[in-house]
Design a protein around this ligand. Structure first.
Ligand SMILES: [Fe+2]
Ligand SMILES: [Fe+2]
Length: 480
């Protein structure tokens, strides 16, 4: 990037970048490195295409969703925080009632930095995981949505990098560099959290990821949006406006897959949802395979919440750095020193729910709120199946199923929540998790559909276009 670039106009911001010389200089140094990362690890093969994207240029109604065609490397990634609330006070923990911090409190510096780095690391990771999906997009509409999610995850990285560079001096600049150096799935320098090193090889995985894993993102951002460190709270509050679209892409994506499958079953007189061979003959994804994908993605994502019982989580709550989901709506003392909370655990070979100290159960509570949110998604998916009068119901697996982190990481548990032996597990797990051949089958469907208005056979068209555009709209102008 050359010296004459005007960063003030290039970077939409409401943090007064023009007059913050130190921050500007840090961002100017980081920007070219970010662009290198984007070109190397962002959507593969589509960097020169004009894409119909939403850009946030300010946080008010008119400014945060401007639509137009841009090439992704020219996207105006910005630094936008929700407006400051006058007289905001810390809403939980031992500093409850004190004014929120505008600078990093020295005693919590390390803890805060860690929270931001872990959050920041997930953003570029998902872009890396999704980088090859453009090539197999089931439509231009879906391709555009993928790229929208990708540029916004890029902006979310910017959001955390802004905080690190603004408030953490040299350490922050080093962390900002490291965020561009780790790589999803890399053996030597992987991304920090497990789910962000998994592959996203096909579009069903992408839709599951944006349904379940972006929803974890929502829960994390909601709890950070409560933070007593005001710049973090305001940053996360604005990020949440974008996260809604990511979950929409996921939920409606899976919904359209389900709809297409049901339509094909009905049209061809297939009444048994478990007659997988008959269904697959028509090139759609059978419902039992969708169930297995739900099982897999739920388990991997629940691990992101960390151990159900956690001293770290208790500490960051106590410190006023990370609250609970919608903390301000909860009716308790917000200090939790004398409260308990029910947490599922393994006791004498069974899953039992026991009361533990509420402070240590912060992660368990956040994952409960997450599961409740996911249950609503299940209802919507099942409604589609019901509408087609097919007798099948999708459900979330038990929280203990297939876990690698926390209370259930050492045991084998069925999707119904029964503890079983390793032997039983090895006989049964292919009924619950996608097998190699299931995954191969899904991959075999991934033929791109790239003409305006065209959709691949395995997915139904959406109910409405983006920003009111018609069905045959050319969302991405491909270059030959
Ligand atoms: Fe994000
Ligand atoms: Fe997201």
């Amino acid at each position: 990037m050359s010296a004459e670039v005007n960063y003030d106009s290039l970077i939409p911001n409401n943090v007064d970048l023009a007059s913050d010389v130190k921050l500007r200089r840090a961002m100017e140094q980081w920007y070219p490195k970010y662009l290198d990362w984007w070109k190397q690890m962002g959507p593969d093969g589509f960097q020169d295409c004009d894409v119909y994207l939403r850009t946030a240029v300010s946080v008010d109604r008119e400014g945060w969703a401007q639509f137009g065609f841009v090439k992704m490397p020219d996207y105006r990634w910005g630094i936008l925080l929700a407006p400051r609330e006058e007289n905001r006070t810390i809403g939980f923990g031992r500093h409850m009632g004190q004014p929120v911090w505008q600078e990093v409190p020295g005693e919590y510096r390390a803890m805060l930095r860690r929270l931001m780095v872990v959050q920041g690391d997930t953003e570029p990771a998902s872009v890396e995981q999704q980088r090859f999906l453009g090539k197999t997009a089931p439509s231009l509409y879906d391709m555009r949505n993928l790229f929208q999610v990708n540029v916004e995850e890029g902006r979310h990285l910017w959001a955390m990098v802004y905080l690190l560079q603004k408030y953490f001096g040299r350490d922050g600049r080093e962390e900002a560099e490291a965020l561009l150096q780790r790589r999803s799935g890399d053996e030597d320098r992987p991304r920090i959290l497990g789910a962000f090193n998994e592959e996203t090889p096909d579009w069903l995985s992408f839709f599951m990821f944006t349904t379940f894993t972006d929803r974890d993102g929502k829960m994390q951002l909601e709890s950070l949006a409560q933070s007593g460190f005001d710049p973090l709270a305001r940053t996360c509050r604005f990020m949440l406006t974008e996260e809604g679209h990511h979950m929409f892409v996921g939920r409606t994506g899976v919904e359209r897959v389900i709809q297409r499958t049901c339509e094909v079953m009905n049209k061809n007189g297939i009444t048994d949802p478990d007659d997988i061979q008959a269904i697959r003959r028509f090139g759609v994804v059978d419902l039992p395979t969708i169930q297995k994908k739900i099982n897999f993605h739920t388990a991997v994502t629940l691990d992101l919440f960390g151990s159900e019982i956690s001293t770290n989580a208790a500490n960051s709550f106590n410190a006023g750095l990370k609250g609970r989901f919608r903390e301000h709506q909860i009716k308790d003392d917000h200090k939790l020193e004398n409260d308990t909370y029910p947490v599922a655990q393994v006791v004498d070979g069974e899953v039992k729910v026991l009361e533990v100290s509420a402070l240590s159960a912060i992660n368990a509570r956040l994952s409960d709120d997450y599961i409740a949110d996911c249950e609503n998604v299940m209802k919507r998916w099942n409604r589609v199946i019901d509408e087609h009068q097919i007798r099948y119901h999708l459900h979330l697996p038990h929280r203990a199923f297939h876990r690698k982190v926390g209370e259930f990481s050492e045991v084998r548990v069925t999707p119904q929540g029964l503890l079983i032996s390793d032997r039983e597990w090895s006989k049964k797990y292919h009924d619950w998790l996608p097998s190699e051949s299931d995954l191969e089958y899904i991959l075999s469907l991934m033929e791109p559909s790239l003409l305006p208005g065209e959709f691949s056979n395995w997915i139904a068209p959406p109910k409405a276009g983006i920003n009111g555009q018609p069905g045959e709209y050319e969302y991405v102008r491909l270059v030959a």
